[in-house]
Design a protein around this ligand. Sequence first.
Ligand SMILES: Nc1nc2c(ncn2[C@@H]2O[C@H](COP(=O)(O)OP(=O)(O)OP(=O)(O)O)[C@@H](O)[C@H]2O)c(=O)[nH]1
Ligand SMILES: [Mg+2]
Length: 255
Amino acid sequence: MNKLSIVIPTFNEKDNIRSLVKRIDDALESVNHEILFVDDSRDETPQVLEAVSKENSRVKYIHRENEKGLATAVLMGFRAADGDYLACMDADLQHPPEILLPMYVALTKGADMCIPSRLIPGGSDGGLNWYRKLISGSARNIGKAMLPCLRPISDPTSGLFMFRKEIIDGADMRPVGWKIMIEVLATSHFSSVTEIPYTFCERQSGESKIDKDATVQYLQQCMDLRKRYVRNKISVTKWTSEQTDTYVKEFTSGN
Ligand SMILES: Nc1nc2c(ncn2[C@@H]2O[C@H](COP(=O)(O)OP(=O)(O)OP(=O)(O)O)[C@@H](O)[C@H]2O)c(=O)[nH]1
Ligand SMILES: [Mg+2]
């Protein structure tokens, strides 16, 4: 069976770690997986990670001292992970861990990447207030206007995605700031994407880390990617909620 590595960036998320790990392990009971945290915290998160990794051999972590940056943390995790499939998700439970199983199933059915979407039928961005929806929608539209490679994807600016490790072999990734998925989408070599609907939830505990620098860094990243994005020819398949449930049932009954 293929191994899945879930890479999770953390900055001061001590109260979310245990429930996150429990929900991932429950969701991926039938899948060979590891959970790799890349942590830049200034609170007690490293102590929680140390304790959890001692109790649970699937959990590993890297702690960076005096370093910050979501995207570089995830990239470090991708390089350290040993799975055949790599996933990225947030630690604050806004990305429901249960979505990892259908994402994995999409890859076992042949997709190079699976990108859950809040914006296809069955999906929802209910975890954002109207102001954050406006910001998030503007960022997405700016990204698509600047980078044609993002246009076929309905929800390319979140931090939730899974892919076959080999698509990033040789990818020229130089992310700044917050956005790692656009960096992967723009610089990797892949040909098929499956989108599945999901509900983006409210943060469970702790505070948002997003700050005003994030907007400037995002625009810088888009400008920079304009010079180096790869022109892949890709096909995008969108699953309905019913199809997703059926494929997951087929997968679990076959295991
Ligand atoms: N390693 C690392 N992780 C970070 C850093 N900044 C944020 N994160 C993590 O990245 C994930 C996303 O950060 P959030 O603050 O939830 O950002 P967001 O989801 O866009 O914003 P909210 O909707 O307000 O929660 C969380 O797991 C954070 O702990 C950082 O500098 N380094
Ligand atoms: Mg969040």
